[in-house]
Design a protein around this ligand. Structure first.
Ligand code: COA
Length: 234
């Protein structure tokens, strides 16, 4: 498993009290059978219903790796960790099973899975394969704000710009726990690759709490973004 050293590309303070780590794994380098025994009974039953088999395999591997990572922070055996889900499906650890009070989030696309772990209040991560086969304008017409659609229309590197906007928006929505239950066209992001920025989402999404966002490249042909809810982001 590769650990992307977040501190190399970020000014987020790396003290004993505050950390953000992003782990990445390639599905094609992993065997499903190594991770299957780590899953809970509920997860095992969920994956057995997933089609196609590739989707089920990826779910087994990503849940298994997530459990291995979380076990480093909780001290529990990976298979004993209790992962709950919030109202819109965001996984979290209950306080009593979470001695370091960590937040975490997962994303997968193509062959890569990303796992973000932090002791900031909340974290969201997203990754997209830079797939050129999509009808970008039709998707943007539904999912992007007017300002973002204008920006995309005028950009020369349309594919990169589309995926950068998309991952930033999704990381923000995952950070606040809504996912696409919140209309993604209701807010606009500004691109600033490789640099952290404080972002102010609409109040009904953020309840007045800004997040820190950043785009990064997790592997060739992919783009990713992270969003963090820090204690002093008001
Ligand atoms: C969260 C969401 C944006 C993920 O989109 P995606 O592009 O399919 O998947 P990604 O690879 O980016 O992320 C998947 C991971 O996000 C996490 N996740 C799920 N719901 C989440 C949420 N509401 N907020 C943050 N993270 C979430 C999970 O860990 C999931 O991985 P897992 O299924 O292996 O555990 C999308 O599923 C969504 O909008 N969900 C909320 C709205 C909804 O449909 N709710 C119905 C279910 S309650």
């Amino acid at each position: 498993m590769q650990v992307i050293p977040w501190y190399v590309t970020s000014t987020i303070p790396q003290t004993n009290r505050e950390f953000v780590k992003v782990y990445s794994a390639y599905f094609s380098h992993k065997n499903e059978s190594d991770f299957f025994p780590l899953l809970s009974a509920e997860e095992t039953s969920q994956v057995s219903r997933l089609v196609p088999p590739e989707k089920s395999k990826q779910k087994v591997i990503s849940r298994g790796i997530l459990r291995q990572i979380l076990s480093r922070y909780t001290g529990d055996n990976p298979q004993r960790i209790k992962i709950n889900s919030g109202k819109n499906g965001k996984p979290f650890l209950e306080r009593r099973y979470n001695p370091l009070n960590i937040s975490f989030n997962v994303a997968h696309s193509g062959d890569i899975a990303l796992f973000a772990v932090s002791n900031f209040d909340s974290i969201g991560i997203d990754i997209e394969k830079l797939d050129t086969g999509k009808d970008l304008d039709s998707i943007a017409a539904i999912m992007f704000s007017m300002k973002e659609r204008e920006f995309l229309k005028n950009s020369t590197e349309k594919n990169d710009v589309f995926h950068q906007i998309w991952t930033l928006k999704e990381a923000i929505l995952k950070c606040y726990g809504y996912g696409f239950a919140y209309p993604s066209s209701e807010f606009s992001v500004v691109l600033n690759e490789g640099a952290e920025q404080i972002y102010t989402p609409p109040d009904d999404l953020s309840k007045g709490r800004n997040c820190t966002i950043m785009s990064f490249t997790p592997g060739e042909g992919y783009i990713a973004a992270i969003s963090i809810l820090k204690k002093d982001n008001f």
